[in-house]
Design a protein around this ligand. Sequence first.
Ligand SMILES: *Cc1c(COP(=O)(O)O)cnc(C)c1O
Length: 400
Amino acid sequence: MSRKNAAYKSGRHFLQIPGPTNVPDRILRAMDMPTMDHRSPAFGELGRTVLTGCQAVFQTSGPVVIFPSSGTGAWEAAIVNTLSPGDSVLMYETGQFAALWHAMAKRLRLNVTLVPGDWRHGVDPADVERRLKADRDIKAVMVVHNETSTGVTSRIAEIRAAIDRADHPALLMVDVISSLGSVDYQHEAWGVDVTVACSQKGLMLPPGLGFNAMSPKALAVAKTGGMPRSYWDWQEMLTPNANGFFPYTPATNLLYGLREALAMLQEEGLANVFARHSRHAAATRAAVRAWGLEILCQEPSEYSPILTAVMMPDGHDADAFREVISETYDMSLGAGLGRLKGRVFRIGHLGDFNDLMLAGTLAGVEMGLHVGGVPHRRGGVAAALDLLAGRSPAPSQSAT
Ligand SMILES: *Cc1c(COP(=O)(O)O)cnc(C)c1O
């Protein structure tokens, strides 16, 4: 509490929002380079390295394109390359990000069916199957893999299976903006047509890069279809990308960082990265249960491995609580977005993160609950540490 109102706050800021995430020192140093000539042979080598490296992380043998953009730009690229005004698309209101992608789709004059949701569950694959069987004209099913506003994931492989059971030609488009690089995601094996990602969440980079991965079917659709486009045009990118170059000035220094991030993911091993996040998520949930607070996500098979949204007890404002934690412990937690404003806080445990960082994060939350006068039980940190240390957890904390 001594740091309250101090002009200088010693030690590292805890950036525990679910994106942007902590950028590892290794990546910061990799970016600390003179800006290079993006038409030089050296750049071509960098470009080829990162474009190939991205394929491993998206788990695809097909192309990945990289835009200097936020995730929102990559959403738009996915739409304008494949869909035309008036096209029917199916979307699911899983949370704030699904709602924003929906708003964009409407502005781009798509004919969107938005299936309402309670922001506590992912997309229901059976509903996808039912709706596709009833409407052969739907051109795309567009879903968010990890709803960063709610801490709920949707089961993409099961959604693909539902589309196949309906024997429907719709494209499957998936937003993995927060999950890529932290949660298992298989663009090719899961039969996704367009994957939308960006740099500042699971991928551990600063903001500024947007990604699309495309299936052969999506590329074929884009050849003859889509909307008028220029900056976002896949083919404009893919032609120079073949030699590692870009049609306009790329975000050179972010690409140095991307090269480092891809190397780090490869060195740790993707399977280990995914297991690490699942373990940290389980430990976080153990803490939340021990505090006696409620997890927003209601379906255990849809718990997000990378963030946990926690409901505030009635009569307590999540933003006031976050403010207490920020001022007292110099830690940022995620706010409730959209209709959840003030009602939840979100603990990000994604990207470059380890056991002791999680322990510190949860300690900050537990102390903040006390300092902020939020009703809770003690013992959340202890429950998380038991799980992290491999001590057998008490039965009430054993659910993962
Ligand atoms: C952060 C986020 C976005 C928006 O990305 P920006 O980089 O802010 O444009 C979209 N979808 C999801 C799931 C996100 O987490």
